[in-house]
Each structure stands twice: as C-alpha cells, then as structure tokens.
Design a protein around this ligand. Structure first.
Ligand SMILES: *Cc1c(COP(=O)(O)O)cnc(C)c1O
Length: 398
C-alpha cells in the first residue's frame, strides 16, 4: 500500500512540484480535481456543531478552506520549504493580508526603494491610513536598512532581484539584521520563485508571491500566496478567512498545474534571458544592460551564490532618450507591449512612462529609471525570434 505523505520530506523540488499536496478523494482520481463549491455539508447536526466549534477538523465554507486551494497551498509550502501557505486572491492581497495579520497602528515597515508600484501605494496610502508608516532604503545597502530601523519597526520587506534594474540584497545578512531588532523579514519572491531562490532557507520569515506571474507562467489568472511558519500563517489565515481575499478553486487548479512545470520553465526562461542579455550587451545601440547574470553586474557574485539562476527580467538602456527607447519598443512585431511579466510570452515596456510613471523626476533619478531604459520579461519563444524582433529597432538607432 502506498503511503502518499511520508516520503515528501526527502523529495526534491521537481518531485514536490508534481506530487505534493494532493490527497486523493474516494474516487481515486489521478489528476488533481477542482472542487467548485462554496460550502460543505454534514452528516448530522452534531457533526455540523463540532466543525463550526472547531472541535473537529473539516471543510465548512470555501472562504475558509477548499480542497483545491489546499492542494496548491501545500504544494507551494513544500516547494518553498515553509511550514504553511495561505493562498490569496492576488499578490497585492497577499501583501495586504500580511500587514493586517502582523502589524498594528504605530508599527513601522522598512522596505526597499525598488518595489512593485502598487506595493508602494499600498504601504503609503492604505497602510498609512491605519497608522502604519514605511521608510524606504536602497535595496543592496545593508547599513541603510539597519539605520532605518527604530524600536517600532516590525517588518522588513524586499523584492530581490529588483525590477527592472536587477539589484540584489543579501537575504541572509538582511534576515540577521531583522532578527537582531525583533523584526520579521518578508521577501517578495515573484521574480525567481522557489525554483531559483529559497528565502526561508536563507533566514527570511515570510515569502510572498504574486502567483499571477511565473507560478501560473502563462498569464491566465490572478492570485497570490504567503508562505512561512505556522505561527505567523495562522494569523494570516485568520485575516483571509474573515476579511475575504481568498483564492478561487478554479485559479488554485490553474496555479497547481503551473507549479508542475515551474522548474523546467524557469530554467528555460533563465537560458533565454542570459543569451539575450549577452547579445544586448554587445549591441552598438545599447549603452548598458542591467542583469545579475552578466559578469560586470556589481552583485553578480552574490546573485550566483544566493540564487540558483538569474531570472528572466532585464533592463537595458539605448543610445538616445525617450524617443529612441519608444522607437525600439514600437519596432517590435512579436513581443507584447505590456507591463505584465513572468509569462511564456516575452513582454516589453518603457518603465519611465508605465510601471514607474507615477514617480517624480527625483524619485526616478534615485531609482535609476532613466528615459532610455527598456524592460523585457524574457519568455520562451525562440531566441532567434526574440533577438530578431529587438534587432529591428536597435539596428535603426546605430
Ligand atoms: C505583480 C506583482 C505583485 C502584485 O501581484 P498581483 O497578483 O498583480 O496582485 C507584487 N509583487 C511583484 C514583484 C509583482 O511583480
């Protein structure tokens, strides 16, 4: 008789991605089923009372638990090496739920300056309303992180590598600083995923995901997740079950399918991105490429040590100003002109007027978002076709 659970502790990531988290129902299905149900029924009034009273485990209502969502949560928790995962309706609600679960009025966050734009708005506008304030520091500058911490600091929050300049922070060193000051470290692991980076093993307390990106990997659904220890995740579960930003079973099923091929896809994304970065680096119309996989990147050695791959989002600067950057973007015929990333389809955008368009000129200068900067999220089309699509506009600039 197969015991499906005991071997999991020893399984490798590739195996966990395919096999963790599915408890077969009495139908003995091989593929993971979808349970599109809002509520669950009981054999008796007494059983209902025990389940509602928490004396007996079991499903009650899909805002609390749903078997399809649980499969996704358990699989991602296993892949990130966390005790528990809570899935959410989006990456943003994963971040909001983390804050609601762990912070209160008067608490402070220290965050890296190069964050996803909506994360900055969430911190400043909406957490600000609740009396939670955020201070921003340069991602790679550990002294700046430490200097920004006060006795009220409860959470350190970073994305690494950053978007679109591929800056890196030393996660183990940042975790040590956080813990010395009784704060938690949360890493948004969207850009690398557990296939390429395991923040919990490096000492982080929480991993946050927008499942919308590489976990799905095909641009089909919006979702998010938080992974960590039971202690903090139980608080998070309370927020999601009460406040309601839960993941739908349909989306959980899509993300579970995504996880099965995550490792393969991420390796192929990395190969394409490195090849493109090297080609751009020697193109006469390109003045600078920002990608931690290139040997001249200032944190290449740290990236090589901390990550199992360099990811697939890169920035590059072209000769000229905004018109030059826009002309390269407009000359593409295959790449999708969109701010989204983490998709099998390659995407291209001008950060200065889209994803980072709301920053002031000073903020852009500090963040390194120049007018001639282009960001590409490198997909899985053939490298020949991706290069050919970019060469059209770049060659015209020379
Ligand atoms: C997209 C993204 C988010 C937000 O996720 P949604 O699923 O769009 O809500 C958060 N962090 C990073 C790094 C992202 O790229």
């Amino acid at each position: 008789m197969h015991d499906e659970h005991s071997p999991q502790a020893d399984w490798d990531l590739e195996t966990l991605a395919i096999r963790a988290g599915h408890q077969r129902s009495h139908e003995q299905e091989h593929g993971e089923p979808i349970f599109p149900t809002s509520s669950f029924v009981y054999g008796s009034a007494a059983e209902a009372a025990r389940k509602f009273g928490g004396e007996e485990p079991g499903n009650i209502y899909s805002r609390f638990t749903n078997p399809t969502v649980r499969t996704f949560e358990q699989r991602l928790a296993a892949m990130e090496g966390g005790e528990r995962c809570v899935a959410t309706s989006s990456g943003m609600s994963a971040i909001l739920s983390t804050a609601l679960a762990l912070l209160e009025a008067g608490d402070e966050i220290v965050a890296s300056r190069s964050l996803f734009g909506s994360t900055v708005s969430l911190f400043d506008k909406y957490l600000g309303k609740l009396g939670i304030t955020t201070r921003y520091v340069e991602l790679s500058n550990l002294d700046a992180w430490e200097a920004a911490i006060t006795p009220a600091t409860k959470l350190l929050f970073a994305e690494t590598p950053s978007n679109p300049l591929s800056e890196i922070v030393d996660i183990a060193a940042l975790a040590e600083i956080a813990h010395r000051h009784d704060a938690l470290l949360a890493i948004d692991n969207c850009f690398l995923t557990p296939a390429l980076q395991k923040p919990l093993a490096l000492g982080a307390d929480l991993v946050i995901h927008s499942a919308t990106k590489y976990l799905d990997g095909q641009g089909r659904a919006i979702g998010g997740a938080v992974v960590g220890r039971d202690k903090e995740l139980e608080e998070l579960f309370g927020v999601v079950r009460t406040c309601g930003p839960c993941m739908s079973p349909f989306n959980a099923w899509i993300f579970t399918k995504g996880l099965e091929t995550l490792n393969l896809r991420m390796r192929a994304h990395c190969d394409n991105a490195l090849a493109l970065a090297r080609w751009l680096d020697q193109h006469p119309a390109v003045t600078r490429v920002h990608f931690s996989g290139l040997e001249h990147h200032p944190q290449h050695a740290l990236a090589a040590r901390q990550q199992q791959g360099f990811g697939a989002v890169l920035g590059f600067e072209v000769k000229g100003q905004r018109e030059a950057a826009w002309s390269v973007i407009d000359a593409t015929q295959m790449l999708s002109i969109t701010g989204n990333l983490g998709d099998v389809k390659s995407t291209i955008t001008h950060p200065g007027t889209t994803t980072h368009g709301r920053l002031s000129d000073d903020q852009k200068a500090i963040a390194g978002i120049s007018e001639n900067l282009i960001r590409v999220s490198v997909g899985l089309e053939s490298m020949n076709d991706i290069r050919g699509d970019l060469a059209r506009g770049l060659d015209a600039l020379v």
